[in-house]
Design a protein around this ligand. Structure first.
Ligand SMILES: Nc1ncnc2c1ncn2[C@@H]1O[C@H](COP(=O)(O)OP(=O)(O)OP(=O)(O)O)[C@@H](O)[C@H]1O
Length: 661
């Protein structure tokens, strides 16, 4: 193996994050307390003096926030998560990063994959094929398998991987058949043939096993043209057999596809560890071994840390670099491990990461690299292809989500029975005037509330998957958003047509056919506006939990100001009436119902008010400000406005963030 087939290399990476002021204060207080106790025990004047000195302000830093210096806490109030870490992965090689919990494995993987927050100071260099990572192509170059396998439970293994292939393999280079052949290849390579057509499953329905799920996640990344695969703890949560099978599969795939594969891994068995070509051991953000796993035995034996009889060497070497009790002995041992390794690296006795100067070459021809660069620079598929695939995927999820379909049908039937019989066959007496007003006001409120749940419930997972897919440069936000609109708007509207139609005749509303169709159309308009509003709320809220709080809040405000509940709202709240879609739907429904209607005054009480015509009712309830046509115009404008705002919100809140320096 030579340095000139290096794919990814990292050089002297150092990453510091600021320690929160509160933590600094707590650490400083603890250190002072310990110092005080020590001085009290020693009862020595000299020691007391030194304590006073340490408590006094140094270099202008108030004593309360002086950091307690440890192996990783720096004097400038930062914590060092990575300290001069170098390494590399070559083509056809599988490398693991290991270490105790908190050693910095995930941090290193995040730095290498550029999925790092803006927080903190990053030094050092990461090179891919000998060059700095190109922000324009990086996200499509690298496959990143996250720890949580975010997938749609209702899709099958084959569907999950083939949707990834259809969206991530460039249309310009692969036709549909080639893409599907590749999917079958990946399924074979990852030994997923047995569960090819099984559903992934989720918390509600049992699906494939944990190991198969992890291999499917890997397949989703591998099916695209990536040459580098990064995985965050791909074996966590798996039993020993499943973990072994996942890593063995990865090893075979790495060799077969000449990939570079780098992963963090937790508590591997010795047999599993030996599957890797090389490992890098981290302690407190520093390297204390890098090389083939089998050579660890000789290295640690030489340092005097023989593996005790019956102990897994992998566990032993990781435990050596742990210091849970913060003992002086533990700290000394970790220092020894790190300094011995660095001494060896300095003396050139090890075969550590390639030197920066060596990493410039690559066995891939410059024509290959140019082709890759060009290919990764563009969206893999056209906007319309993205829209078609995403809409198909959303549609499958919708029709396969049987529990939600049953819940919606159940809700419709129950509401129909309750509302239908509560307002059954209304007549034309004075009491019926109020009942008609009541049902017409209730309907847009019900449409708003009942739409939010089915719109927001699937959005939590869809947003998370979208973020993962967008981090790989798979598709545009606009095609995702449009595909949601194309599925949500018609499905929510169409499924409610029977409800409005049956309710109309049960309640005995205006018997003309034209009024019936206008009634249904107006209610569907309200459902469409509410769906757009639901998508808007789900898009602008950074989390779905927040969306679930905002949605009822907005509904209640619209309800309060959208009808006659507040006949004269406070002047500074009047605008809320005119932005509430309920105002327009209710007004239009009332005009459709009452225009030309006649009512008998027979049961009006003595001195009571009698509305003999529908126009009097509309006037009394102030429901003639706009015509039906104008109300529809306002509803369309509100729907379009929130739809556009939702798209902008989604772009901002779900934008994948990368950091290269
Ligand atoms: N953004 C952050 N803010 C504060 N501390 C952080 C941040 N990111 C990481 N750390 C700290 O850095 C250390 C290394 O974290 P990291 O997640 O890389 O460890 P790890 O080796 O992957 O551990 P584990 O195996 O438990 O996942 C931990 O002590 C963690 O608490």
């Amino acid at each position: 193996m030579t340095s000139n087939d290096v794919s990814l290399s990292w050089h002297d990476l150092t990453f510091d994050i600021p320690i929160p002021r509160k933590t600094l204060k707590a650490q400083a207080q603890k250190a002072q307390e310990e110092e005080r106790q020590r001085s009290a025990n020693a009862a020595s004047t000299d020691v007391e003096k030194s304590v006073k000195k340490s408590e006094s302000s140094a270099d202008g830093v108030p004593p309360a926030v002086t950091p307690a210096l440890t192996a990783t806490n720096l004097a400038d109030g930062h914590r060092r998560l990575l300290d001069n870490v170098s390494g590399s992965v070559r083509r056809g090689e599988m490398v693991a990063i290991l270490g105790a919990s908190g050693a910095g494995k995930t941090t290193l993987l995040n730095v290498l994959s550029a999925r790092l927050s803006k927080l903190g100071k990053l030094d050092g260099q990461v090179l891919f094929n000998g060059k700095s990572r190109d922000p324009a192509t990086w996200k499509r170059t690298v496959g990143f398998v996250e720890q949580d396998d975010l997938m749609f439970g209702t899709l099958t293994v084959h569907e999950q991987i083939s949707y990834s292939a259809r969206m991530r393999l460039p249309d310009s280079m692969y036709d549909r058949q080639t893409k599907m052949d590749r999917v079958e290849d990946i399924i074979r390579m990852l030994r997923l043939e047995k569960c090819r057509d099984s559903r992934i499953g989720d918390a509600r329905t049992r699906g494939i096993s944990g190991g198969e799920r992890k291999r499917t996640s890997i397949g989703v990344e591998l099916v695209s043209d990536v040459s580098l695969l990064l995985l965050d703890e791909p074996t966590s949560g798996l039993d020993a057999f499943a973990a072994h099978s996942v890593v063995e599969n990865l090893r075979n795939t790495t060799k077969e596809k000449n990939l570079s594969c780098l992963m963090t891994i937790h508590q591997p068995s010795w047999a599993l560890l030996c599957l890797y070509d090389r490992i890098q051991l981290l302690a407190q953000g520093r390297v204390y071994y890098e090389g083939p796993p089998r050579e660890t035995l000789a290295w640690f034996d030489g340092l005097g840390y023989q593996v005790p009889e019956g102990t897994n060497p992998a566990d032993h070497y990781i435990t050596l670099a742990e210091n849970p009790g913060n003992t002086a002995e533990g700290a000394k041992r970790i220092d020894h491990l790190i300094s011995a390794w660095h001494e060896r690296a300095r003396s050139g006795a090890s075969t550590p990461a390639v030197a920066l100067t060596d990493a410039s070459g690559t066995k891939r021809s410059s024509a290959d690299l140019a082709r890759d660069g060009e290919m990764y620079r563009h969206w893999p598929a056209s906007w319309l292809s993205e829209l078609a695939v995403l809409t198909e995927r959303n549609w499958l999820q919708l029709i396969r989500d049987v529990p939600t379909i049953i819940a919606v049908v159940g809700q419709t039937v129950i509401l129909l029975i309750i509302i239908g019989f509560a307002f059954f066959r209304l007549g034309y007496d004075q009491g019926d005037v109020l009942a008609r007003i009541g049902v017409l006001f209730f309907l847009p409120i019900n449409s708003t509330f009942s739409v939010f749940l089915p719109v927001l419930a699937p959005l939590a997972l869809q947003r998370a998957v979208m973020k993962r897919e967008r981090s790989a440069g798979t598709y545009r936000t606009s095609s995702f958003y449009m595909s949601k609109m194309l599925i949500e708007v018609p499905s929510n509207a169409v499924q409610r047509i029977p409800f409005f139609a049956v309710l109309y005749w049960m309640c005995g509303l205006n018997p003309s056919a034209a009024s019936f169709f206008i009634f249904v159309a107006l209610n569907l308009m309200q459902v469409i506006v509410a769906t757009c509003l639901g998508l808007f709320i789900g898009s602008v809220s950074p989390t779905i939990e927040l969306a679930n709080i905002i949605a009822p809040l907005i509904s209640v405000i619209f309800l309060l100001f959208g009808g006659n509940l507040l006949p004269s709202p406070p002047p500074w709240f009047v605008w809320l009436r005119w932005i509430s879609p309920i105002t327009y739907t209710y007004m239009a429904l009332a005009q459709n119902e009452f225009a030309g209607a006649q009512f008998s005054c027979g049961n009006a009480g003595a001195g009571g008010q009698c509305y003999s015509t529908g126009e009097q009712v509309l006037q009394q309830y102030n429901l003639q400000t706009f015509t039906i046509g104008e109300c529809v115009g306002f509803l369309c404008a509100i729907a379009a406005f929130v739809a556009v705002l939702g798209y902008v919100g989604l772009r901002v809140t779900a934008h994948p963030k990368f950091r290269y320096h």
